[in-house]
Design a binder for this molecule. Structure first.
Ligand code: NAG
Ligand code: NAG
Ligand code: NAG
Ligand code: NAG
Length: 322
């Protein structure tokens, strides 16, 4: 009996579960392009794409309470980029972008906002960081801010928390199709760029989709996570999470096979499996129980992007979803 059940288990594991399921499957929480943050009192903040940017809070990282939107009264400074009056704002990170594909596929912008509480209505607009227009070979979307050596998700000034760190060096990565993921240093606390020269961090062969960059420092390396392929086509979504690493945050990333990320490299760490379709749009947080990755995914219903959470194990030098 035991040998039989063991054989069955191994076969099942080999062929059915290429990746672990998200914690708390199949999520009761909707969150597109989630971004996770935790304050000094242990409250988690989850920000996600939506008009005004949706905010949810949790004390256990499992049960989330909808708190409202970051800008309940709209975000008029983003209107030129969204062509709406209320800010169709996507992919929050430490910075927020406004984009509307009806206006122009490359008319995009990344804005910097600050808050002392992280709660709806508390953020101030600190200005435009980078923008793109038709004719540019990249797109100012999916911002990710790396502060000092670590990745922090949101700048909550005046509040001691792991969401806030005064690092002497801030580095913004962003981008998507065409010439891919770009990086640029920005001034601490102001978000102003210090140079108009952008670093090229990753590019797919054939200018395909490479989005949702996250740079995370672990040990001697900076790890660059990206999402490839189709983000948002319900159960047909093919989003998947890739990674490369470098000893520099501003370039030189290679995948586990040694292929440069600027030359189509990217080691696959999470793709569709079981009832999970198109996982991606990820973000990382160093939490008290280990490093967690949040992402969105569709179920077979294909209507809502749910919040997925897993731990990442970096112990062999390359992150593994566990
Ligand atoms: C803007 O958002 C507010 C709050 O959600 C809503 O009441 C209002 O109808 C929106 N206005 C427009 C023009 O969409
Ligand atoms: C902006 O929105 C208005 C109202 O929906 C529309 O008439 C106009 O064509 C839009 N502009 C662009 C550039 O898409
Ligand atoms: C950058 O500096 C200018 C003033 O030179 C300011 O208006 C703007 O808000 C600053 N912030 C960002 C994020 O660009
Ligand atoms: C991308 O193209 C380069 C050659 O230009 C090749 O070495 C590399 O393996 C390709 N990467 C992928 C992921 O196909």
């Amino acid at each position: 009996m035991h040998w039989l059940s063991l054989l069955v288990t191994l076969t099942f594991a080999s062929f059915s579960f290429a990746y672990p399921n998200p914690i708390a499957i199949y999520g009761n929480t909707a969150a597109d392009d989630p971004m996770l943050c935790k304050d000094g009192s242990g409250t988690y903040f989850l920000y996600s794409t939506g008009p005004g940017i949706e905010v949810r809070t949790s004390t256990d990282r499992i049960t989330w309470t909808y708190a409202g939107v970051v800008w309940p009264d709209g975000a008029s400074w983003t209107d030129p980029f969204t062509n709406t009056t209320n800010g169709s704002l996507w992919a929050p990170d430490s910075l927020l972008r406004g984009i509307n594909f009806r206006v122009s596929k490359r008319k995009s912008a990344i804005f910097f906002a600050k808050s002392s509480t992280g709660l709806p209505g508390s953020f101030t607009n600190e200005g435009l960081v980078v923008s793109t227009a038709d004719g540019d070979s990249y797109n100012a979307i999916d911002p990710n801010l790396l502060i000092g050596e670590f990745k922090f998700n949101l700048v909550f000034l005046d509040r001691l928390s792991i969401c806030h760190e005064d690092g002497s060096t801030w580095y913004l990565s962003f981008g998507s199709f065409w010439t891919g993921i770009k990086g640029v240093p920005v001034k601490p606390n102001t978000g102003n760029t210090t140079t108009s020269t952008l670093d090229s961090l990753a590019q797919r062969n054939g200018s395909q989709a490479v989005e949702a960059s996250v740079i995370y420092k672990y040990g001697d390396y900076y790890y660059l996570f990206t999402s490839w392929d189709k983000c948002c086509e319900g159960a047909s979504s093919t989003y998947n999470v890739r990674v490369g690493r470098s000893k520099s945050r501003s370039g030189g990333f290679v995948d586990a096979d040694g292929v440069a990320l600027t030359d189509g490299g990217g080691t696959l760490i999470l793709a569709s499996h079981d009832g999970v379709f198109g996982p991606g749009g990820q973000d990382l947080l160093a939490d008290s129980d280990g490093i967690v990755m949040v992402y969105h995914y569709f179920t077979s219903a294909g209507t809502i992007q749910y919040l997925g959470i897993n731990h990442l194990d970096f112990s062999n030098g390359w992150p593994v979803v566990v």
